[in-house]
Ligand binder design. Structure first.
Ligand SMILES: [Mg+2]
Length: 286
């Protein structure tokens, strides 16, 4: 889809790239003491998280996280939560020290986000793949019914997650119900826990599928800040124009982005770094 968006200053892009790097460092810092958890996927999402939460896209109040005027973000691929936790901590939803409690007994930062943990910034429990997007579609329906037409709902799914049939039920509903306040982001790294998505169960062509399901769809480089803005501006344009169509952003990403030995390796889907690996990763991300 050809779409020209507003340009921002180079200083703004560079500041967001720095924030993305800090999110990546915090992902590594939290995974080391956890001794378990997902490294590769969260690292691949840091740039998108930085733009969403620090680039003026999402409306939120970290000190009043249940503010009724907020936009909502649902991480449907709940296992990618080390990236969301790091982002929320940097945005001031909770103290950064708490990141070191990831996956510990009694911690609010469990291996998959749980609403019962009452962690500020978490909108719903996710982890059962294909469910988060359905809940997010429900939020978007509710906002339109309550006439909150200027509020946005975002859902992020993995690409392996597209193998879940319920994802497409949610997509069908979003289009049928004309949810132009809903933005679906697909993390397209072509990796899932046991291999390449195209080998395990191909979900391609993703863009064609989303268009066929009634979404305004755009493909972006999920590591290029200007391109991420392009996708989010595309959503904003559709939403403001009240097209009656939801938006899908297919983000091309690399698992393990920013850490050389994890780059594009599906083996890092569900594995934490050991001490030496964490040290090397933090050096590379310095
Ligand atoms: Mg994937």
């Amino acid at each position: 889809m050809a779409f020209e968006n507003k340009r921002r200053s180079e200083a703004e892009y560079s500041q967001l790239a720095d924030i993305a790097k800090e999110i990546r460092r915090d992902i590594i810092r939290s995974l080391l003491p956890a001794g378990s958890g997902h490294s590769g996927g969260p690292l691949g999402l840091a740039d998108i998280f930085a733009v969403l939460y620090f680039g003026g896209v999402m409306r939120y109040d970290a000190s009043n996280y249940q503010w009724s005027g907020r936009d909502r973000f649902v991480l449907s691929a709940g296992h990618l939560c080390p990236g969301l936790y790091a982002t929320l901590a940097n945005a001031g939803f909770f103290p950064k020290d708490e990141l070191l409690t990831l996956r510990k007994f009694g911690s609010r930062l469990q291996g998959h986000p749980g609403l019962d943990m009452h962690l500020p910034g978490i909108e719903t429990s996710t982890g059962s793949l294909g469910h988060g997007i359905s809940i997010a579609v429900g939020m978007a329906i509710s906002d339109l019914h309550l006439n909150k037409t200027d509020q946005k709902v975002f859902a992020l799914t993995g690409d392996g997650e597209l193998q879940e049939g319920s994802v497409w039920e949610a997509a069908m509903s979003a289009a049928h119900l004309k949810l132009d306040n809903f933005c679906w982001i697909i993390d397209n790294n072509d990796c899932q826990i046991d291999g390449r998505v195209k080998d395990i169960m191909s979900v391609y062509p993703i863009v064609d599928k989303c268009v066929a399901f009634g979404f305004e769809t755009i493909e972006i480089d999920g590591h290029n800040i200007a391109d991420i803005y392009k996708g989010l501006d595309f959503f904003e344009k559709n939403r403001a124009a009240k097209t009656g169509k939801p938006t899908c952003i297919v983000a091309k990403t690399f698992m393990g982005k920013g850490v050389s030995f994890m780059h594009d390796k599906y083996e890092w889907h569900g594995k934490p770094p050991n001490k030496e690996q964490a040290e090397q990763a933090l050096q590379e991300l310095a």
